[in-house]
Design a protein around this ligand. Sequence first.
Ligand SMILES: [Fe+2]
Length: 254
Amino acid sequence: MKLIHLTDTHLFADREGSLRGTRPAPSLDAVLEHVHEHHPDFHAVLATGDLVQEETEAAYEHFIRFFGDYDRPVLCLPGNHDVPELMQRTLAREPFRLEARVALDGWDVFQLDSHIPKSPAGRLGEEALERLEAGLRESAPRPAVVAVHHPPLKIGTAWLDRIGLQDGPELLELLSHHDHVRALLWGHAHQNWDSRQGHIRLLGTPATCAQFLAGSPVFAIDKKAPPAYRVLELGADGEVATELIELSGATESE
Ligand SMILES: [Fe+2]
């Protein structure tokens, strides 16, 4: 099963909208062109939040213009820049899937909501963790991927570590008890991360627009880092193979 992970599309209502020297819409176009050319056999897309930069219905309508005619599921969860209620309402149509658990060809994808109103940081909360625990008990032994906007661990970029997932340690502890969880995916940090904790592959994917400078103590854009997405090959035996695709030359700076 081939899953395309993309994140932090940061769209404005206006296609010309610009953020940190990059126009998110043409940048997303370049990413999706690459997906369709090189991975036309994908089964689903997973977008892990910050779908929009502008908190308006028109910005979500813009997101729909990119994905609305897909004949395969487009899974979406909210980031700090999203408005969960607005997102739920505007994306309440095919091919969008916003449920907490989506079954895909032998695998389950658990989508978590870490949005805190008016805060760039993230938190799941005890109830959400309990619901996840119950869902994971029910879904075993089908292999599972868990997705959330905020990084669940310190990534070594100080300003981002202050606005990560506040209950990330609790999430990682919970997942460590469920052997069928094979990967945890996130966005938000606009940079790559690839590590492992026991049976779980920990994967952060760069944005489809501008990236942040890894390791910087203060906010900084990595001007050399291109838009990116991740391909995940999820095997019937629970194996996870992944490739990070960086679109060198596609960055459109002003
Ligand atoms: Fe974010």
